[in-house]
Ligand binder design. Structure first.
Ligand code: LLP
Length: 447
């Protein structure tokens, strides 16, 4: 748990604001962010990179709320975008286009035009065909497009397969062995200017090894390019640093950066990083209220007012998010972990589960499946959680700042949650709860 979200007595707070006050004022479900946590994370990157004039390009997809982008823009951040929409958000939030890198395998001509007109720092080009299209689009408006190739280093990020991007079989980047040929081609295209090289091998990495392996391969490529007379201005090593959701032990930001800098020793190219989750993941929680407690034959359900449309990560990746009561009634048992049915550690996990269940009986709490109102069995926020709750209790779903709101949907015609940013003892509504009218405003009946 980030220190910006904590208990004071039995009340759970974001900075100096009780979450219960936020629920009373803005309702639930509601995302709550801590400005201090955002600033702290960004500060850790800049401190670790002191003396190098790096560019930290916050990965907008992790959380694209304008208030969050604005906090980072004021700290001098650049931005990693993957769509024209994200570019518009960055500009609306006061971000500097000259610090924007544009990633993604499917940039449309319209998006390229928009980014060229805005004057972004560079396009992270992911294929031969994209190189050609970018050259044509830039030529059509008499501009030169700054280009970096996103190279796929074929390194195993050792993370969830859906968020692993640096293996040969993934759709991302240009194949390592074709990179030099494509750089030659880029050099010869009249409307492109080569500025750098880029890689991003995956997300929620909990070890430095794969980052180092990828960086080393990129450095070999830079040497080959230098020998070809193709100098580069920057190296972009992407994002991907993991956070602690449960019992993961990712490297601290300072250690991750130190490991990268060790690998880059003696290199003069500017370093760009694209962190998303490491900056916002533990700077946000999802606040939700228990609607019903529903005892079942095999499991007890706590039906809450947040659902898979609000926080998709559990349904999509079987991701774990810690769930804590906003008002602690009794001492709860230690952090529950969903027990694996088989495999390494299964017996130990079952043992722990039995202890948690015994604790739960003692403390008047129960083991709940925390689920939402959406009509899908996959609609769960957490399995087998030991909670002491009653209907109307508030719960905080932790580590929800990254890929929470930004991946939310309107499934089941559920208006998206409100978003609040806490700053010391102040709370600011940074996105109003959607209304149903907004959801169908663009829809039409036929005659
Ligand atoms: N740069 C590029 C090119 C990316 O594709 C990503 C994330 C990042 C940077 C930022 O990665 P981060 O530092 O946040 O790991 N929805 C998934 C994560 C998808 C990540 C996609 N790319 C999740 O909820 O775990």
């Amino acid at each position: 748990m980030s220190s910006y979200f904590h208990y004071r007595g039995n009340q759970f707070y974001a900075e100096q604001v009780p979450l219960a006050d936020i629920a009373a004022q803005f309702g639930t479900p509601c995302y709550v962010y801590s400005r201090a946590a955002l600033e702290d994370g960004f500060g850790q990157f800049t401190k670790a990179l002191q003396g190098r004039e790096p560019l930290i390009c916050y990965a907008v997809k992790a959380n694209s709320n304008l208030a969050i982008l604005n906090v980072f823009a004021r700290l001098g951040a650049g931005f990693d975008i993957v769509s024209g929409g994200e570019l518009q958000r960055v500009l609306a939030a006061g971000g500097d286009a000259r610090k924007v890198v544009f990633s993604g395998v499917g940039k449309s001509a319209v998006e390229m035009l928009m980014a060229l007109e805005a004057g972004i720092l560079c396009f992270n080009v992911e294929s031969d065909a994209e190189l050609e299209r970018l050259n044509e689009v830039a030529g059509s408006i008499g501009k030169i497009a700054p280009v970096s190739l996103r190279v796929n280093p074929d390194v195993d990020a050792k993370t969830h397969p859906y968020i692993s991007t640096g293996l040969k079989q993934s759709k991302f980047g240009v194949p390592y062995n074709e990179a030099v040929t494509l750089y030659r081609k880029a050099r010869d295209l009249p409307h492109l200017r080569i500025t750098g090289i880029d890689c991003h091998i995956g997300s929620q990495l909990t070890e430095t090894g794969p980052f180092i392996a990828a960086a080393e391969k990129i450095l070999l490529l830079i040497d080959a390019l230098t020998a070809e007379g193709i100098p580069l201005e920057h190296i972009d090593l992407g994002g991907g640093l993991g956070i602690c959701y449960n019992n993961e032990t990712p490297p601290a930001i300072a250690d991750y950066v130190a490991a990268l800098l060790g690998t880059l020793r003696g290199r003069s190219e500017k370093l760009i990083l694209e962190p998303g989750r490491a900056l916002v993941g533990n700077a946000g929680v999802l606040l939700t209220r228990v609607e019903y407690l529903k005892p079942g034959e095999e499991k007890n359900f706590a039906i809450v007012d947040a659902a898979m449309n609000d926080l998709m990560r559990p349904a999509l990746y079987d991701a774990f998010h810690e769930i804590l009561p906003v008002e602690r009634k009794v001492k709860t048992a230690p952090l529950p972990t969903p027990p694996p049915l088989a495999g390494e550690g299964a017996i130990e996990q079952r043992g722990k589960q039995a202890i948690r269940e015994a604790d739960a009986r003692k403390s008047n709490s129960s083991i709940y499946e925390v689920v939402g109102p959406v009509c899908e069995t996959g609609d769960f926020i957490g399995h087998a959680r030991n909670l002491s709750i009653t209907p109307q209790s508030l719960l905080a779903v932790l580590s929800a700042g990254a890929y929470g709101m930004s991946m939310s949907s309107n499934y089941n015609t559920r208006p998206r949650a409100a978003e609040v940013m806490v700053d010391g003892n102040a709370m600011h509504l940074v996105r109003e709860r959607e209304t149903v009218q907004q959801l169908y405003a663009g829809e039409k009946l036929i005659s």
